[in-house]
Design a protein around this ligand. Structure first.
Ligand SMILES: [Zn+2]
Ligand SMILES: [Zn+2]
Length: 58
């Protein structure tokens, strides 16, 4: 499990696990709550890509 793709809720920026882009948490196009952390995405497209195969990104 890669710790760097898991962003704390207090973080201001996060890495999109799909395209590796750094996204501004408040401006992220999409988000997935994942227990204690969340994943942020630059676009719905990346979110869908993540949802298709979440294990690939963990
Ligand atoms: Zn996660
Ligand atoms: Zn992306």
């Amino acid at each position: 499990m890669a710790e760097d793709i898991h962003s704390r809720r207090t973080a201001k920026q996060a890495q999109d696990p799909v395209c590796k882009m750094i996204v501004d948490v408040e401006k992220a196009a999409a988000r997935i709550e994942h227990g204690e952390h969340a994943h942020y995405f630059c676009s719905e497209k990346c979110k869908h890509e993540f949802e298709k195969n979440p294990k690939k990104y963990h």
